[in-house]
Ligand binder design. Sequence first.
Ligand code: F0G
Length: 419
Amino acid sequence: MTPLRSPVRLACPGCGREYEERSFASICLDCGSLLDLTAENADPKAVLKRRFHGRRGMTRGIFASGVWRYRELVVPTMEDDEIISYPEGNTPLITNARLMEFAGIEALMVKHEGMNPTGSFKDRGMTVAMSQAKRAGARAVACASTGNTSASLAAYAALAGLRGLVLIPAGKISMGKLAQTMAHGATTLAVRGDFDDCLALLREASDALGVYVVNSVNPFRLAGQRTIVFEMLQQLEWDAPDWIVLPAGNLGNTSAFGAALEVAHGIGLIARIPRLAAIQASGAAPFAKAFADGFRSHLTVHPETIATAIRIGAPASWDRAIKAIRATNGVVAAVTDEEILEAKKVVDEAGVGCEPASAASVAGVRQLVARGVIGKSERVVAVLTGHMLKDPGIIVERGRPPIEIDATLEAVEEALSRA
Ligand code: F0G
């Protein structure tokens, strides 16, 4: 009997080699390219839309997750009892007048991925990668991280009952992220070096030690992260915006967004493809520099930025991010730390709140509008990737300090009159 053909294909985009779906490979053993995961879909768009609509608002079971709601487009072969879910996703799409005013456009929305269970978009990829780790029988899971992936890995490894190992750049991750990683019980190694050193070491260690790597080089992670786009499009009733703007570091999300738009457009869920704008911090902007040069060169830089989440000088998903930018007629830009901090202050004071790296997207919208790249009447969704409380240090350091007073009414009155 011929086995049923799986609708899921794990394959190398470079040389075409195919891998068994439960393989632990993220990188082609023949040519070294990052593997792609694709889910073949046979359902017409109307059927999918009806199903996605029907699952919205469910409070129990796997469809309570804003990732697994789109199961047909994620990993359709994952069985209910194999899924490790918090649940995650279901993040708000926010309209805020102060943000629009700051950015200089009238139709700006922000998709707040900081409202995921561990406070960043990483949970969307982690539910898929951890489910894969568990069903394929991994002993331990590991990642290199600027902090958010490690927090998410630690939580999901705990949910799955797997051992977690994380490599972080010593002294260069924010307090909130470190605390989460420690609290959820992952083995945490602070490496003297930057994120790029951590990732290189992890790749070496994973081969030698046989742990499953769940960085964004992992195709299951990216399959989960595509749902940021699916969910946003569903929230917009499949009327695609003109632009989707996101912060970019290791370029996993940029790649995932490109793939998601290709899938959504291919099926006919959306009639046209929005343009992607990937925003880097200017001290860690090899991709923005390469874009300016028509992607003729593959650069690496020594990264430095206050936005520690995107303090990355040698992005891993380089080639597939180029594909995403080209396929969406996208752009790549860089914003300075000052621009990031200015945007963060506005986002925070608007009552929305985000971590510094996330503010890069809002700073990016403002810059692109000022440069005339984004038109004043265009509809834009900016993605906020992480929660404000991820990096309390920067707020305490730079924000308005509390006013210490004696416990008297006069002191309160005086403080109020000064404020
Ligand atoms: N925003 C936040 C808050 C992040 O934590 C990251 C990446 C990005 C944006 C950039 O996304 O790498 O897909 O381009 N953080 C990773 C980590 C590197 O280890 O937590 P990307």
